[in-house]
Ligand binder design. Sequence first.
Ligand code: GTP
Ligand code: NAG
Ligand code: MG
Length: 393
Amino acid sequence: MALYSPLSSAPAARWKQLLLTKKSLIASLFIIFSFLGSLELFLERGISTRILSSFSLTPDSSSSNQSPLSCSNPFEPSSFQHSTPRPTYSRKANATFLTLARNSDLAGVIRSMKQVEGRFNRDRHYPWVFLNDEPFTEECTSAVTSAKTHYGQIPRDQWVQPDFIDEERATKARKALSKIRGVFYADSVSYRNMCRFYSGFFYRQALLQDFKYYWRVEPDINYRCEIEYDPFLYMEDNNKAYGFTISVPEQKETTPTLWDTSMEFFNQNPQYLHPNNAMRFASKDGGKTWTRCTYWTNFEIGDLDFFRGSEGYNKYFEHLETAGGFYYERWGDAPMHGIAISLLLDRERIHHFDDIAYEHTGWEQCPDPLTPAYERGRCSCDYGNSMAVKWKR
Ligand SMILES: Nc1nc2c(ncn2[C@@H]2O[C@H](COP(=O)(O)OP(=O)(O)OP(=O)(O)O)[C@@H](O)[C@H]2O)c(=O)[nH]1
Ligand SMILES: *[C@@H]1O[C@H](CO)[C@@H](O)[C@H](O)[C@H]1NC(C)=O
Ligand SMILES: [Mg+2]
């Protein structure tokens, strides 16, 4: 405001004269640049925290001379003391944690495991399934949990770019996308492999066949409140098929034709649309345009039997796969899941875990301090930093 007010209060000539004196010229430039700078910082907070978090792996793994890559650093209960007695359950769900990671992600995976174990799993003992496109070089993550750990390698054809993809076209598309500012992993093939894998293949992995529910855990996530109940049992008892914490809009540049390609499928196969679906989440005009809303998939708790058993889901994935947009554009698993979950499922089976405090790359959900979840959960998060609050603002 102050920057512009002289324009309206003082005659233009005076303003010009004022601006042209050397000192004030420098001062104005300084003000303008710092304003632009903070605006950019504000707009790109997500981006900068992402960049920071990807770099933070390096110092952490190199400071490993104190704690040798945390392999021998078991979960410390002392840092996660419970004030109130934990509820006891006489049963467990048929469920596992699921972590896809590279060998280089190990330090971040261990940090995540400590969060999950400390805030929830230390007395629930749900197993962990770790998946990788290469053999794991270290299996020391087993030291961080009292539960069983399983390690699997993804079949090559479920990971790498399929042969029918025209590599020349894909290369061109990656180059073009990397010219656009603010698109992450624009040039990355491995990121695209990951997105395709989480869209169509994670639930087919051999190690997951024995389980009904998965809870996805990525490197470097934080749970900032105690999880005082068993979300797996919540899923089971309430017949939920998909649970999320944070919803985010997908960028336009990564998915120019995803919605139209999806509508092509659902127009040809309307039998797969659930009569009580959550279409309004994906489209406010009955399918014409896409809201770009997605469930942020680095957290998800889901029913594997839904993914494995839904003909609609698997045919929809096939349709997207054939269109090639995982490689010709940069279709993510979040927009793909977002559309599939919203259209294929009874919306009563989709659950927002709004009482779970979750953070990744600076984006977080923190329960409202006016709700019992906050007090009971001994939260260490700021409600004002919640994405739900920010989106509203
Ligand atoms: N094995 C393997 N895992 C990968 C590869 N790329 C990504 N991942 C894993 O897939 C998950 C998602 O990858 P991220 O790089 O975190 O992607 P993202 O969550 O969209 O990006 P951020 O918001 O920056 O975290 C993480 O659990 C990664 O460890 C890969 O090439 N190989
Ligand atoms: C767990 O779920 C899977 C998938 O539904 C099923 O095949 C398996 O038999 C279940 N295991 C138990 C112990 O119920
Ligand atoms: Mg991530």
